[in-house]
Design a protein around this ligand. Sequence first.
Ligand code: ATP
Ligand code: MG
Length: 546
Amino acid sequence: MSESRNFIEEIIDGDLASGKVNTVYTRFPPEPNGYLHVGHAKSLCINFGLAEQYGGKCNLRFDDTNPCKEDQEYVRSIKADIEWLGFKWDKLLFASDYFDVMFDCAVKLINKGLAYVSDETAEEIRQRRGSLTEPGVESPFRNRSIEENLQLFYDMRDGKFEDGAKVLRAKIDMASPNLNMRDPVIYRVLHATHHNTGDKWCIYPMYDFAHPIEDAYEGITHSICTLEFEDHRPLYDWVVVNCDFPAPQPQQIEFARLNITNTIMSKRFLKRLVDEGKVMGWDDPRMPTLSGLRRRGYPAAALRDFCERIGVSKANSEVEEGYLHACVRENLNTYANRVMAVFDPIKVVLTNYNGSEILSVEDNPNADEVTYRDVPFSSEIYIDRADFALVPPPKYHRLKPDGYVRLKGAYIIHCDDVVLDDNGEVVEIRCSVVPNSKSGSDTSGVKVKGVIQWVDANTCVKVQVRKLQSLLNDVVDGVTDFTLRFNENSMQVVDAYVEQSLLKAKVEDKFQFMRVGYYVLDKDSNGSNLVFNEIVGLKDSFKPNK
Ligand code: ATP
Ligand code: MG
C-alpha cells in the first residue's frame, strides 16, 4: 500500500478521525445486464480494496431495479469474476429485495408532502424541465392533496394504470440550478416480469431514488461511484435525509472512470459483439471482460496491481493499453514457467549423436524455489527458421553455416552442412554436437554467444496458437466510434511445436515460450489437441513509472 493517500482515503481518514463513522462499509453495485469488464475491476479494487485496507466490509449488491435487461447468467458470471479477482463480499444482496422498503419510503415522502403523482408524459416532463439557463415550469399536478396522491400511488401499485400513464415525482424545486432536483421522477409504471420478484410489482423505482435507499438501509458509509453521478449527489442526499434514515448517513464519493486506449468499456457494445457473433462469447480471449482477460491469461494479481498503480483520480483520462500489458508481463516474468516452442520449424539432424536422453531443464529462473522438468532430446530436433541465417548479418549470434550456437538446456552444436531444396530454401541443417558441452557441466571450452530454443522432433507436440490483437483499430482522424473501428483481423490461428511436458498443462496454466512470448492453455483444448492463447509479447517499449 502506497504511503501517499488518494482523495477517497483522505475523506475516510477524516470521517474516522472526526468520529462521523467508526467503520468503513462499501458496496459494489453492478447491474446484471452483462459481464464485468476491466473498468469494473477498477471499481472493485476501490470498493473491496478500501474495505480490506480499513478492516471494514463490502457488499455485493446487484442493481436489478430495471426488470427488462437482467439475466441469471450475468449474476453467475459477476460473482465468479469477483471471486477470481480474490475479493470476498460481506453480504450478497439484490436491490429488488428492497422494493417494499422503497415503496414505504415513497409513501413516507407523499405523507410529508414531498412527492406527488403526475399524469404528464415523459415528453411533457422533459419540456417543462427548463434548461441550465431557464428555470423549469411546475407540473399542473404538483399541488394534488396528500390523500389524492396516496390513493393514486396505491392505484399505480395495484395495476390500475397503463405503462407511462402516471409517475411519482419528488417535490423539490423546479427552479433549482441542478436539473436533477427539478422534481425528478422516482417511480414509474411498468408491467414487466422481474427475474426476482416476478409479477408482484408493476411499478419500479428509478435509480436515483433506489440507490440511496439501498445504501442507507445497508449502513453503507461511503458510496463510491463514477464522476457522471456528481450532479446527482444533491438528490442522493435529499432522499437519504427525507426518508429519515439515521446517521451516519451514507456519503456519495465520485471518482473518474477507467478508460484504456483501444479498449471497449461499454457493456452494450460488448453485448453487441457477442450477439452478432463477432467474438466467441463474453469470455473470448480478446474481450476486455474479466472473463475474457482471465481466459487470455491475465493473472488476477496483475489486474489488481494495475488498478493500484494507476491510482484514483477526479479527472477523466485514458490509460495506455501498454501499461496494463506491462503489469501482466511483469507478473508473468516472475511466475510463469519457461518452456520451448518452435513456430516455424527447420529440422536439425545431429549427425554425431546417437539414441536419446531426458534432459532436466530449469522451469523458471525467477522462482523462489528452483524446479526442473524433463525434456527429451534426440538426434533430430526442430529449431525456428528465424534462428538460422544462410547469409548472416554482422554479429549474428544464432545458427549459421560453420557457426556455433547453444541449444537451451542441452548442448552446443556446430553447423556442418545445409540441405537446400530446388528453390534454395533450407530444408534441413546438419550439425554436430560439441563434446562435453552439456548445459550445467560444460567443459568443452567452446564459447558461444547465442542460445536458442528447440524441440525434439520425435516427441514434440503440434499445437494451435491464437495470435491476438485488439478488437479495436487505432483512432484515425478523430473517429472514436467503436462500431467504425472494429478490427476484423484480431485473431490469427497458427501451428506450433511444443515440448512434450505441455501435455501435462492444465487450462489457464501460463507459460513463457522462451524467446517468443507468454501463452496460456485455453479451455478449447481437448486431450492432446492443445490450444494456446497469446497473452503478451516478451518486450514492450512501455515503461510504467512506479
Ligand atoms: P457500462 O456503461 O459498461 O454498462 P455501468 O456503469 O452501467 O457500465 P454497472 O454495472 O452499473 O455498469 O457498474 C457497476 C459499478 O462499476 C458502478 O459503480 C460503476 O460506476 C462502476 N464502473 C463501471 N464502469 C467503470 C469504469 N470504466 N471505470 C470505473 N468504474 C466503473
Ligand atoms: Mg449502469
